[in-house]
Design a protein around this ligand. Structure first.
Ligand SMILES: Cc1cc2nc3c(=O)[nH]c(=O)nc-3n(C[C@H](O)[C@H](O)[C@H](O)COP(=O)(O)O)c2cc1C
Length: 257
């Protein structure tokens, strides 16, 4: 498949066949993934491959009990990692400037770029993936289970395996609502309504099609899709709590000097 067709074919896969991913295939997609650009070619990331069932059972809890952690044969956790580079600096009598927030951001960008390149490589071979935001939200618990030493911080992760579903592609906001030519053009109320019109309809229909979610939406008196996002899915309390977790673990892992 042509690269652009393959990209358009993407959809998150949450149901998996139990079949294993062969070692050579996993190596092939990881080797393709690390061709991603990285800041200064420092490759300030590490990729943790988790296949062990018992470990996935432990990770299931901080991953918010998402079934794909157990059902997919592989879980990949992409970590911001300056530990390896700093070790090399130390051995080379070079100054170490990478214990600060800027270093974390650089490493987090490297980790995210490599994750998406691995994702595309996996999809090109017929595998499916689904990112899990729990990787960052519960980075401290996940970091401890994966035995991450200081200087290493989980950023993004996804399940990987053979799809047992073929979901319809999810909508995207219209391109002209996302792209600004030359300089930023702020949005009028009318423009916002236009950009979100189809999303409001399709997203609402999607959430209401899940009986459990529908009951929560109705129970909370939620009236539209925007309210689903911030009354049900991403509440102020949860975001404050996750912010505190991320900042606390960044401090613990030595990224806030
Ligand atoms: C950083 C990140 C975190 C995500 N976390 C979750 C998650 O925890 N659970 C889940 O089912 N999907 C998760 N997703 C998948 C998104 O819901 C999905 O990409 C989006 O709805 C668009 O659907 P598509 O990927 O099928 O096009 C995540 C995606 C990203 C990029």
């Amino acid at each position: 498949m042509d690269t652009i067709d393959a990209i358009h074919h993407h959809r998150s896969i949450r149901r998996y066949r139990p079949d294993l991913v062969p070692d050579d295939l996993l190596t092939e997609i990881l080797a393709a993934g690390v061709r991603a650009s990285s800041s200064g070619n420092m490759q300030s990331y590490s990729i943790i491959v988790t296949r062990d069932r018992a470990l996935r059972e432990q990770l299931y809890v901080p991953h918010m009990e998402q079934d794909m952690v157990l059902d997919a044969p592989v879980l990949l956790t992409f970590c911001a990692d300056f530990r390896r580079m700093r070790h090399w600096l130390r051995l080379s009598d070079a100054p170490d400037n990478f214990d600060n927030f800027m270093s974390f951001l650089i490493a987090a960008i490297d980790a995210t770029l490599v994750s998406q390149t691995v994702a595309l490589a996996a999809e090109a071979r017929g595998l499916g993936i689904c990112y899990m935001g729990s990787t960052l939200a519960n980075c401290d618990q996940i970091g401890r289970l994966l035995r991450l030493p200081p200087g290493v911080m989980p950023v993004v992760g996804f399940s990987l395996g053979w799809p047992a579903e073929d979901p319809a592609p999810r909508d995207r906001l219209p391109l002209d609502g996302l792209v600004h030519h030359e300089t930023y053009h702020d949005y009028s109320d009318e423009r916002i309504h236009e950009i979100y019109r189809d999303r409001e309809r399709q997203g609402w229909a999607r959430y209401m099609s899940y009986p459990e979610l529908r009951a929560r939406i109705e129970g909370a008196g939620v009236a539209n899709l925007a309210q689903v996002y911030t009354v049900i899915k991403y509440t102020r309390e949860s975001h404050r709590e996750y912010s505190a977790t991320v900042l606390g673990y960044l401090r613990e892992q030595g990224f806030l000097h």
